[in-house]
Design a protein around this ligand. Sequence first.
Ligand code: G3H
Ligand code: 13P
Ligand code: ZN
Length: 316
Amino acid sequence: MTLVNTKKMFEIAYKQNFAIGAFNINNMEIFQGILEAAVEESSPVIIAISLGAWKYAGIEYLKSLIENGSEQHPDIPMAMHLDHGDSFESCKKAVDAGFTSVMIDASKEPFEKNIEITKRVVEYAHEYNVTVEAELGQLGGVEEHVVGVSHEDISKFLTNPDQAVEFVEKTNCDSLAIACGTSHGAYKFKSEPKLAFDVIENTAAKLPGVPLVMHGSSNVPVEFKDLINKYGGKMPDAMGVPDKAVTQAAKLSICKINIDTDLRMAMTAKIREVFATKPEVFDPRKYLGPGRAAIKEQVKHKINILGSSDKAEICN
Ligand code: G3H
Ligand code: 13P
Ligand code: ZN
């Protein structure tokens, strides 16, 4: 099977109350770890490429990897997705380069401007059968001006369900990333967070049939943080999104869940462990291999908590 857009996988995920993982890649080992997990779990998968990853690895290299993986595993529905496209131009470039799904993130713009940019991307992408994710509301982390805002004030950055209805009607986007209390990166919360499930539920109720997306969904596993620190790293204590909250969101209208940080931590923890416990190693395969295996285990776990195991066939 060739690469697919997200239309069918989201339709099934929406109806059957599960979500599909969107996992970020930067290199071959990360991609292979993710794909091996999707194959073993027989799960659809979204391979996410940020503009930073594009710049780092070059799109032709990443695309070759993904196309090759898809050819070897035609039974796995796989989308190649632009993560956080920041302008019409970057999304157009992605459509032209062969991405099957793009995100336009104009969420930092005023509402009307966000609509205008998103609509333009949708019109262009749909000509090429590329699906479009847009964003309304603001997360912490990447959308940095939200960082440092007190908990009480954060609600004004969350998605407004009534605005979401107007936004989707006017832009015709295929899926909508909402701000429901998560944030990007490894330093999300100091204590166990409470996601704004009311925002998810109210938005879903007002937008029946529209797949929603949750960014910033990493768990920031304490065992990886401890391993990283045990072997010379320096990561402060932090909490991510608990697995049970991710599962709860996946059972609602959230059809796509974005994970990057946990894969970075898994790989870094393993590589640090090899360096510290086997100082004689200098063959990159001897540390990148364990890094890849750690990513695979982590992605298998995510697929299980998202409920997308054994959904490959029905999404095909
Ligand atoms: O949300 C952003 C992703 O984690 C990608 O991060 O821009 O550092 O590649 P990046
Ligand atoms: P995390 O930093 O929580 O993994 O979120 C990744 C993300 O949202 C990518 O778009
Ligand atoms: Zn994101």
